[in-house]
Design a binder for this molecule. Structure first.
Ligand code: S5P
Length: 263
């Protein structure tokens, strides 16, 4: 394989951040590298989906700012489901401002993301301050950060140099940055290990008419060495059975992981 696969077990001791080791433990215990993206606009619908797919996932990804009736009760219910089914919560906030501003966006406002989301993500466009700012809020609460190093959409402005610079920025904060949102494995010049979470995964569709591009679990795990597949509409699109689809993607993701180990 182009990207030699090391097992989740063997990589676990390489991480110092508790969220990363917890996530790897869940992946191994549940045999699931599936993150479901619950992009629904009603709190009850997000909670229902989380309860349905919970047994089959390692992580649930949210967009808190699209939930019309977001409140503290929703957060409490989501946390209960995360404990019941044992999955991590990833608020896909994609911070992109200066350090001081993202600190407020992370800790305060309506969503108080740092209080409930194990993992958040950020663009590196503003420079290192965005990581330092988020880390000052998140690390004391035992949280973790993913950096956007690539995107799945057509015509992204990400360049190879930007992607590489993002890895270099991660290498300055390996205690808080546990990985990337990217489309392939990204080796670190400093020798750190990072988890690569990959959106734009679908078994039935090629795109969505708005630039999203889908590849299969096999493509991203075997060919491109990624670690976690992020699947949204492939699982909850109207007409699809979320439980059946979650099981299907869990199996596809795990089979691809096993295939990549053997490759
Ligand atoms: O490059 C990216 C990064 C992200 S986080 N491409 C993406 O699609 N995402 C997110 O993954 C996006 O915001 C959405 O929540 C999810 C993909 O959803 P799907 O329905 O297309 O599977």
């Amino acid at each position: 394989a182009v990207y030699p696969r090391v097992s989740y077990e063997a990589r676990r001791p390489r991480f110092t951040n508790a969220v990363a080791t917890q996530l790897l433990d869940l992946i191994i215990a549940k045999q699931s590298n599936l993150c479901v993206s619950a992009d629904l606009t009603k709190a009850a619908d997000v909670l229902q989906l989380a309860d349905q797919v919970g047994p089959y996932i390692c992580m649930l990804k949210t967009h808190a700012d699209i939930i019309e009736d977001f409140d503290a009760k929703f957060v409490e219910a989501l946390q209960k489901l995360a404990e019941k089914h044992r999955f991590m919560i990833f608020e896909d906030r994609k911070f992109a401002d200066i350090g001081n501003t993202v600190q407020h966006q992370y800790a305060h406002g309506v969503h108080k993301i740092a209080d409930w989301s194990h993992i958040v993500n950020a663009h590196t466009l503003p420079g290192e301050g965005i990581i330092s700012g988020l880390k000052a809020v998140g690390l004391p609460k035992q949280r973790a950060l993913l950096l956007l190093a690539q995107m799945s959409s057509a015509g992204t402005l990400f360049t190879e140099a930007y992607t590489q610079q993002t890895v270099v920025l991660a290498d300055k904060h390996p205690d808080f940055v546990i990985g990337f949102i990217a489309q392939r494995a990204l080796p670190s010049p400093a020798g750190n290990d990072y988890l690569v979470l990959t959106p734009g995964v679908g078994l039935d569709d090629k795109g969505d008419g708005l630039g999203q591009q889908y590849r299969t679990p096999h493509d991203v795990l075997v060919k491109d060495g990624c670690d976690v597949i992020i699947v949204g509409r492939g699982i909850y699109k109207p007409g699809r059975d979320p439980v059946a689809e979650a099981k299907r993607y869990q199996k596809a993701g795990w089979d691809a992981y096993l295939a990549s180990l053997a490759a």
